[in-house]
Design a protein around this ligand. Sequence first.
Ligand code: SF4
Ligand code: SF4
Length: 315
Amino acid sequence: MSLSRREFVKLCSAGVAGLSISRMCHPGVLHAMTEGAKKAPVLWVQGQGCTGCSVSLLNSVHPRIKEILLDVISLEFHPTVMGSEGTLAVEHMYAVADKFKGNFFLLVEGAIPTAKEGRYCIVGETTDAKGHHKEITMMELVRELAPKALATVGIGTCSAYGGIPAARGNVTGATSLKDFFEHEKIKTLLVNVPGCPPHPDWMVGTLVAAWSHVLNPKEHPLPELDDSGRPMLFYGENIHENCPYVELYDKAQFAPTFTKPGCKAELGCKGPSTYADCFKRRWNNGINWCVENAVCIGCVEPDFPDGKSPFYVAE
Ligand code: SF4
Ligand code: SF4
């Protein structure tokens, strides 16, 4: 059984009922991913970031992360969760990229520092042809792997748009995948899954869509992307227009503090300029979401964090 696009969209929008995509995952999703994984392994590399995106993925509940990592996807390289390390791990990563050339997914977490020839971010070591020790920068890694990949996914706002590493005061030349691709003339398909961190469903859902496409491109076209390279499926709706407090906003009933009822606009909520489905998907396995307990800080947007700062001052 494979998943039709309609079924997939239905799964992803099921958050209306407070159900996450992962909770709705049934054997059809698992089958699509497992079959896809046989064709297209995953290399997950990390540059300038805090590993929060990986931690968010580890919070995936249904299927549990153990199932995702062991049964569902063929994760061949991930600096945080893999068992091997050092030269052995790096050589395996390059071997997979060569063996599956044009047929693996490159997932990039974290921005790419370009100043000082990328030496602000050394991601591994190897030995060159003459047997000399050689450090590998994030820049070199992406430059080498991205052109060989079937598709690249920018996981998190750091890799999608530069994010926190590229904020005001950036001395490392931190740059987004898109800008790096343009500079290096890399043509590989790029999909952004921003968020600081992204919701586990956005990551899992995007991978499911990509794998479904690999399995059957005719039946499963890639999800539509917006101008910022994000799947419309998850990032197509405005937070404010769908917020349960929008009626209070219209009546100018603003909360004076986080613990008082009312719309959070005067406390700095960035919902009006933010597009994501947090309002229906919610976080922490559907328990709550930012606007309920604090404010939206617009972490999925290309101008985050500078354009959304200060976070707790009205727009
Ligand atoms: S996008 Fe946010 S959570 Fe992810 S690595 Fe960057 S700073 Fe951390
Ligand atoms: S809390 Fe934020 S998103 Fe909700 S209505 Fe107020 S400004 Fe809009």
